[in-house]
Ligand binder design. Structure first.
Ligand code: NAD
Length: 338
């Protein structure tokens, strides 16, 4: 039995979390769920959107599955997601992007992974107004931060049978920060002679990704580029409803969909839970439950390929729960066949 903290979040969060929990349980994975809350609704009771007990539970149990949490734009509290990643030092954000049968996209055969540094760079929140004439944001990269994310990318490549790691940067302009990131990437690459390494400037990478995305494998980059490129890559393979992610640190990990709380469709039971289900697959792998992870991932793929029970974002009319039922039926079918 593995302990997992379950954070429903807000917006569409509770709906997709409940559907995903059902699908995970249908794999036979023995999980003891510890439900904890986070988000604006917690402010009245705790004075903060991130109750200390929620962070303490993730520290205690080491793994969380999380629904999206709304962040006010341009005012109000700092993103709960960013604070969690920083407090728990979840320095590596892993975001796979893979083409899937029956999902209409401009490209085929995309199978890449964006590895984003998650705690430093322009997301460190070091910014202030200079009177009312200017605003300043400081991009902070540390040698330790660059080393551990680059090493993580090569280790990930090795463990997942990937052949190539590409460093994405803007070292031609930001010679100190990105220059250090690239230099450290090249140093660490020497320790992994079995894996091809190269680098590309971020703007050139954006162009190549919308021309020949199938040629890329693992990509590692500082925080802001990772945020933007991973959404770009999600778009290449069918949009937000399918993009999964893991935020990994030395002591704990949080798995969540890349998309947000989609307030426009919250409460209607029509959100696509597939991205969170695929994130749960990553979580099961992280927990060492490889067979259950494969069962879940294959069932999500089969439910999408089948095409008869898709949610509205993928061109269908199924509800969140109907899609979950289909995934569970696909698991039963896989069991019958084996
Ligand atoms: P969003 O991802 O919530 O929505 C973008 C578009 O995709 C919308 O049209 C939405 O309806 C659709 N969409 C997203 N997920 C979907 C799903 N599962 N099924 C069907 N359609 C889906 O992005 P946004 O509107 O920029 O952000 C909304 C809120 O979410 C903001 O407050 C933002 O800060 C927050 N957010 C949270 C996280 C997180 O918790 N990790 C991540 C991103 C955004």
């Amino acid at each position: 039995m593995k302990d997992v903290v379950l954070i429903p979040g807000d917006g569409i969060g509770p709906e997709i979390v409940s559907a995903t929990k059902r699908a995970v349980e249908a794999t036979g994975a023995e999980i003891c769920w510890h439900v904890r809350e986070a988000g604006a609704a917690q402010i009245d009771q705790y004075g903060t959107p991130l109750p200390p007990d929620t962070v303490a539970a993730i520290r205690q149990y080491g793994v969380a599955l999380k629904g999206p949490i709304t962040t006010p734009v341009g005012k109000g509290f700092r993103s709960v997601n960013v604070v969690m990643r920083k407090d728990l030092d979840l320095y590596a954000n892993v975001r796979p992007a893979k083409s899937r049968k029956n999902v209409p996209t401009r490209f085929e055969n995309v199978d890449l992974v964006v590895i984003r540094e998650n705690t430093e760079g322009l997301y460190a929140g070091i910014e202030h107004m200079i009177g009312d004439v200017a605003a300043e944001s400081i991009k902070l990269l540390t040698r330790k931060g660059c080393q551990r994310i680059c090493r993580f990318a090569f280790e990930y490549a090795r463990q997942n049978n990937r052949k190539r790691v590409t460093c994405v940067h803007k070292a031609n302009i930001m010679k100190c920060t990105d220059g250090m990131f690239l230099a450290i990437f090249r140093e660490i690459a020497q320790e992994y002679p079995d894996i091809t390494s190269d680098d590309m400037i971020v703007d050139a990478m954006c162009m190549r990704l919308v021309q020949v995305p199938e040629t890329f494998d693992v990509m590692v980059m500082p925080n802001l580029y990772g945020d933007i490129l991973s959404d770009l890559c999600a778009g290449l393979v069918g949009g937000p409803g399918l993009a999964s992610s893991g935020n990994i640190g030395l002591d704990s990990a949080i798995f969540e969909a890349v998309h947000g709380s989609a307030p426009q469709i919250a409460g209607q039971g029509i959100a696509n839970p597939a991205a969170l289900m695929l994130s749960a697959g990553m979580m099961l792998r992280h927990l060492g439950m490889q067979a259950q992870a494969l069962l879940l991932e294959n069932a999500v793929q089969a439910a999408i390929s089948d095409g008869t029970c898709l949610t509205a974002d993928l061109g269908g009319s199924a509800s969140t729960d109907q899609f979950a039922d289909k995934v569970i039926a696909c698991m039963d079918r896989q069991r019958e066949l084996t």
